[in-house]
Design a protein around this ligand. Sequence first.
Ligand SMILES: Cc1cc2nc3c(=O)[nH]c(=O)nc-3n(C[C@H](O)[C@H](O)[C@H](O)COP(=O)(O)O)c2cc1C
Length: 418
Amino acid sequence: MAQQKILLGVTGGIAAYKTPELVRRLRDRGAAVQVVMTRSAARFVTETVLQAVSGHPVRTNLWDEQAEAAMGHIELARWADHVLIAPATAEFMARLAAGSAPDLLTTLCLATRAPLSIAPAMNHVMWDHAAVQANRECLQSRGVRILGPAEGDQACGETGLGRMVEPDAIAAALLADATLAGATVGSQPLQGRTVMVTAGPTREAIDPVRFVSNRSSGKMGYALAQAAAEAGARVVLVSGPVQRPVPQGLERIMIESAEELFAATHAHIDDVDIFIAAAAVSDYRPRRVESQKIKKTRAEMTLDFVKSPDILASVAKLASGPFTVGFAAETHKVREHALTKLAAKQLDMIIANEVGAGIGFEQDENAAHVYWRDGDQAFPLAHKSTLARALIELIAQRYNVGFGEDTAVELTALASRD
Ligand SMILES: Cc1cc2nc3c(=O)[nH]c(=O)nc-3n(C[C@H](O)[C@H](O)[C@H](O)COP(=O)(O)O)c2cc1C
């Protein structure tokens, strides 16, 4: 495996004193490390120490005339296979979320194509602040990987969620994770595959101003699409109406109704290897869509509904169709409904989760239980982006055991014919 080049950004949190140890742990795992510090970070740890442990000069200043004569910041941005910011202060997260670039480190973060991970560290009240959480969510939706923070004693004497994850755990997360974009090509389990993910709710029109819909926020589907892209896949995201940015590097097709979702799915399904149906599709739609707004003239009104097309079943039925993964979002008897759906629709896999007041839809965290024909696996409550990475890893494994093996045999046959 080629040596991983990690650009470590150190910002001005008390946990910066742990970064010499972090550099050592990254280098122990075979990585090359170059360090960039903010001005505040230099108050907590010295350049001299970080230079000694990394074996490279440490950069602190965007206006370094010697380095910038050769556009040093762009060179560094290109050099990195991965950018890691540890510790990441609340202030740094705000600058990154705003796309502001007043210093070397933020400029580098905008100028690099390398995947970005941050290990936030701050007082637990700061971490809980709505502004910090909004920035975390914004960064996460753009594909920034958030490592921690961890719970425990803090430098301020209090206890809570805000400690930087320990250096060894950061190094392990970064360098043992085969799904990281930027890892060697062979270690990306969905390299060369096309994955289609449907996400979000559908809207079924009643009249020009009203519709029937559901509480899906699209968070889980978008996180799965992002994780599939990180695992090396080309991703087509077919999305219902949600206010979410397009994750970097993905093709997104926006739809409104179940019928539009059906059409968009089948228009692009031919090239798809893995189909993940995370959209919350309305099972029924009004039989008739009024052409004018319905007036408030009657004391009661009744709407007549007809069944919407079953997109998941229609894809699973395709001759030589993709590996098909469904979702079962249920309020009760989750396992029973999931297994019935797996068999009835002849899916390759089903991801079951409980939804209801305060669980599943609209939440940042989720738990799931995955079933396939001869196995199952439980996934405990985790942030949806963490859960999505774990689910994609399992999907890739199952796909490679079944479908992937066939493809490998076909490819070998073709190669031997040559
Ligand atoms: C003693 C001390 C400890 C600090 N620790 C933290 C910390 O752990 N996390 C944090 O977000 N900010 C912390 N701050 C505040 C940051 O240093 C401050 O917001 C600074 O502007 C961050 O700049 P930077 O993000 O460019 O490094 C601390 C400040 C002081 C004086």
